[in-house]
Design a protein around this ligand. Structure first.
Ligand SMILES: Cc1cc2nc3c(=O)[nH]c(=O)nc-3n(C[C@H](O)[C@H](O)[C@H](O)COP(=O)(O)OP(=O)(O)OC[C@H]3O[C@@H](n4cnc5c(N)ncnc54)[C@H](O)[C@@H]3O)c2cc1C
Length: 494
C-alpha cells in the first residue's frame, strides 16, 4: 500500500457533479423524484491512503461514497441513488509492476485496458481477457461488474485471471484477497471472486494483480456469414467439442450491419457475421482455422474475405456506432445456454416485434456452454416514456433468459430484485448479511445489490420493481412504433 502524503483533488462544482449523476445510460430527470443521482461532491484519489481517508470521512459524516471508473456500464452501478461523494478512480491509473518472468502485472484499478495493453505490448505481453469497451473502461469497473469480454472463450473471465486484489473495505481496513504469485487454492474461500461482480458495494478495489500471456507467434481473425443467425447453433455445438479454441467469438445480425451501412460505415451485406480470433503458434492456428472452416462450411456458412474479418476486428470496440444517428443505443444483456440459444432467439425476436422496436443483435460466445446476447434498443433515452419502455424490454428479456436456464447480466440500480433469482432466497439473505457485516455504517454505494434504495429512505421491494418494469413493457406495447433509424434503413433498400 502506498503511504505518500498528497493533496487529493475534490470538487463541489455543479457542472462537474452533473457529469457524475449518470453512467453510459442517462436516466430521465423524472427519476430524481426517487433517486438522488447527483453526488454532493466528487473526489479523485491517487493512492490507497486517499481512499481510506474518504471512507473514514464518509463514516464520520454518515454520507454515502460511490466508486466510479469510466462510467461505461449502462446499469447505473456508479450512479449515486442517495447522493454522497462520487469517487472517481481514474486518477489511480499507474502501472505498479510488470513481471515478464512470471507473467504477472500489478496496476492501480483506474487504468484503462487500452493503456495497459499498450504498455504490455512494449514488453512482449498480451492480455488474456479485456472488455470491448477497452478504450475507456477501467480495470476496477470491469472486475466489479463481473468482467468478461475478448479472450474469455479461451482464457476465462475476470475471476479466472486475477491473482490478488487490494481492497479498502467500508470500515477503512485494507485487505489483500489473494496472492500475487500463486493461485488461491486450498487456503480458505477464494476472496478474489467475492469482489468480482460486487458492483462497488462491498469495498473499493485499489490495486489489481493478474496473469498475462506472452504475445503469441500468430494472431489471425476469420469471419463467416450465414443467411440467418439461427444456422450458427449446430456449428457452434460442433466447435465447442472440437480441437479448435478461438480466443474470441463474436457476432452481429443483419440489422446490426444494415444500420452500420445505413450510416455510411463499411460493413458487409450479410444475414449475420460470425468473427473468430485465433492465437498461438503458426502451426496450431493453421490447424484451428482448418477445423473451423470445415465445421462452418458444413453448416452452410460462407467464409468472408480476410479484409472483412480484419476490419470487423478493428471495429470490436465500437459496436454502438449507430449512436451517430443522434440516438441512444441501450443494450440488454443476457447469458443463455448454447442448447437454448435458438429458442431464446425466437422469443427475443417475438418480443422485439411485440414491443414495436428496432433492436439489432450483437453478442459473443461467453464460454463453451454459454452465449451472450446483447440486443440494443434505439431510443431517445432522455425521454421518460422511451427510456422506461426500454427498461420494460430489459426486464422481459431477462425473464426470457431465466425461463431458458440463462440470466440477465448485472443488477445496477433497477435489478436488485433479481439477486434472489440468481442465488435463491437463502443465498440472497447470505449476501445481505455479508453486506451488513462488511459495511456496518451503510456507506458503500448504498441502495444497490441487496436492495433498491431511494432518496426517500425507503427501499422498493423486488416484486414492486419487477411489476413496475413489467408494466412499462406493457405501456411500450400500446405506444406507437419507434421509428428511429428507419428512414436511414429505407434509403439503404433503394
Ligand atoms: C461499447 C461497450 C462495450 C462493452 N463491452 C463489454 C465487454 O466486452 N465486457 C464487459 O464485461 N463489459 C462490457 N461493457 C460494459 C462496461 O464497459 C464494463 O462493465 C466496464 O468494464 C465498466 O468499467 P467502468 O470503468 O466504465 O466502470 P463504471 O461504469 O464506472 O462502474 C461499474 C461498476 O463498478 C464499480 N466500480 C468502479 N470502479 C471500482 C473500484 N475501483 N472498486 C470497486 N468498485 C468499482 C462502480 O461502483 C459500478 O458499480 C461494454 C460497454 C460498452 C459501452
Amino acid at each position: 500500500m502506498h503511504s505518500k502524503v498528497f493533496k487529493m483533488e475534490t470538487s463541489n462544482d455543479e457542472m462537474e457533479r452533473r457529469l457524475y449523476s449518470h453512467d453510459m445510460a442517462p436516466l430521465p430527470k423524472e427519476m430524481d423524484l426517487l433517486f438522488k443521482t447527483m453526488p454532493d461532491s466528487v473526489a479523485r484519489p491517487q493512492y490507497t491512503q486517499d481512499v481510506v481517508q474518504l471512507v473514514m470521512k464518509a463514516i464520520s459524516k454518515n454520507k454515502p461514497i460511490v466508486p466510479r471508473g469510466a462510467g461505461s456500464w449502462g446499469l447505473g452501478g456508479s450512479t449515486p441513488v442517495k447522493g454522497g461523494t462520487s469517487i472517481d478512480m481514474t486518477g489511480m491509473n499507474k502501472i505498479i509492476a510488470i513481471d515478464p518472468e512470471n507473467l504477472i502485472v500489478t496496476v492501480q484499478p483506474g487504468i484503462t485496458w487500452k493503456a495497459l495493453d499498450e504498455a504490455l505490448a512494449a514488453k512482449g505481453l498480451f492480455l488474456p481477457c479485456y472488455p470491448s469497451s477497452a478504450p475507456s473502461a477501467t480495470l476496477g469497473g470491469w472486475i466489479s461488474t463481473g468482467g468478461t469480454g475478448i479472450g474469455a472463450f479461451k482464457y476465462g473471465t475476470a475471476g479466472n485471471i486475477i491473482r490478488d486484489l487490494e481492497v479498502v473495505l467500508p470500515t477503512g481496513e485494507v485487505v489483500h484477497t489473494g496472492d500475487k504469485y500463486v493461485p488461491q487454492n486450498g487456503g480458505g474461500p477464494n476472496l478474489n471472486w467475492f469482489f468480482v461482480g460486487a458492483e462497488g458495494t462491498m469495498g473499493i478495489v485499489t490495486e489489481v494483480t493478474f496473469s498475462v500471456l506472452p504475445r503469441p507467434e500468430e494472431f489471425r481473425v476469420v469471419s463467416y456469414s450465414f443467411d440467418n443467425f439461427a444456422m450458427f447453433q449446430p456449428a457452434l455445438k460442433k466447435l465447442v467439442r472440437s480441437g479448435a479454441r478461438p480466443m474470441h467469438i463474436m457476432f452481429g445480425d443483419r440489422l446490426h450491419f444494415d444500420y452500420l451501412r445505413a450510416i455510411g460505415k463499411h460493413a458487409p451485406d450479410v444475414g449475420c457475421m460470425i468473427t473468430m480470433a485465433l492465437d498461438g503458434s503458426k502451426a496450431s492456428v493453421d490447424m484451428e482455422e482448418k477445423i473451423i472452416d470445415d465445421i462452418m462450411t458444413a453448416a452452410g456458412a460462407s467464409k468472408l474475405p480476410k479484409e472483412t474479418a480484419e476490419h470487423e476486428w478493428s471495429e470490436r470496440s465500437y459496436e454502438f456506432r449507430v449512436r451517430e444517428l443522434g440516438v441512444g443505443a441501450i443494450p440488454g444483456e443476457i447469458l443463455v445456454p448454447i442448447d437454448r440459444m435458438n429458442v431464446v432467439l425466437e422469443g427475443m425476436n417475438k418480443l422485439i416485434k411485440q414491443m414495436k422496436m428496432n433492436a439489432p443483435l450483437i453478442g459473443t460466445v461467453a464460454d463453451q456452454n454459454t452465449v451472450m446476447y446483447m440486443p440494443y434498443y434505439l431510443t431517445d433515452e432522455h425521454k421518460l416514456v422511451a427510456s422506461t419502455a426500454a427498461m420494460g424490454f430489459a426486464k422481459r428479456l431477462g425473464d426470457l433468459a431465466f425461463e431458458n436456464g440463462g440470466r440477465p447480466v448485472g443488477l445496477g440500480i433497477f435489478f436488485a430484485g433479481n439477486l434472489a433469482k440468481y442465488r435463491g432466497k437463502d443465498g440472497a439473505r447470505m449476501i445481505r448479511r455479508m453486506k451488513d457485516l462488511l459495511d456496518p455504517y451503510g456507506i458503500m454505494n448504498p441502495g444497490k445489490m441487496v436492495e433498491t434504495g431511494t432518496r426517500l429512505g425507503i427501499s422498493l421491494p423486488g416484486w414492486f420493481m419487477n411489476f413496475g418494469m413489467w408494466a412499462m413493457g406493457s405501456v411500450k406495447r400500446v405506444l406507437p412504433r419507434d421509428r428511429i433509424g428507419e428512414k436511414e434503413l429505407g434509403k439503404l433498400k433503394k
